[in-house]
Design a protein around this ligand. Structure first.
Ligand code: URA
Length: 181
């Protein structure tokens, strides 16, 4: 079993040779919501905090608007804890190698609802294979997590208001789920 106190010094994969910092995640120990993204980008690699760059700021704002939660109210992390060079998508091997850390973290929040942000996170959490568009709005309950998936805010920054609107709908669904569970 892994000890989460070792995560900041992890060298389990090649990303440890190019990263500046391991981006462990942040939030309160008693969080009832866990947000999981793909992997740190440049700002996160420099600062050591998840989702602090441009797309993170959009996500933070949407969660305030739709769930009425501030950053200090939920735990936020990524499937892969180290920045892939040039922000490429993490490989299947990197995702699998980092997975035990994610599972250790999720085990700490076993009663929390989990929001997967983007397809990499959604697939890692909920185990589906298809496109994100085809599973949006579905509530998953797997051995690792219960919750749903929405678009990555980077896709919203590229795709414009219609993607932001779909993210808002997904977050409203999550809010209903929080209120009824
Ligand atoms: N994108 C992610 O998926 N995670 C981050 O922490 C930043 C950008």
């Amino acid at each position: 079993m892994l000890d989460l106190s070792d995560l900041p010094h992890c060298t389990r994969c090649q990303l440890s040779t190019t990263r500046q910092r391991v981006v462990v995640g942040s939030g309160p120990a008693r969080a009832t919501l866990v947000v999981v993204g793909e992997a740190p980008g440049r700002s996160e690699d420099e600062g050591g905090e998840p989702f602090v760059g441009r797309s993170g700021q959009l996500l933070t704002r949407l969660i305030v608007d739709e769930l009425h939660l501030e950053r200090e109210d939920y735990f936020i992390t990524n499937v892969v804890k180290c920045r892939p060079p040039a922000n490429r998508t993490p490989t299947a091997v990197e995702i699998a190698t980092c997975r035990p850390w994610l599972e250790e973290q999720l085990a700490l929040f076993s009663r929390a609802l989990v929001l997967g942000v983007g397809n990499t996170a959604g697939r890692a959490l909920f185990g589906y294979r298809g496109s994100l568009a085809s599973v949006r709005g579905r509530v998953f309950a797997t051995g690792v997590a219960r919750g749903l998936v929405t678009f990555h805010p980077a896709a919203a920054l590229r795709g414009g208001p219609s993607v932001v609107e779909m993210m808002r709908e997904d977050l409203q669904r999550l809010r209903e789920l929080r209120e009824t569970s």
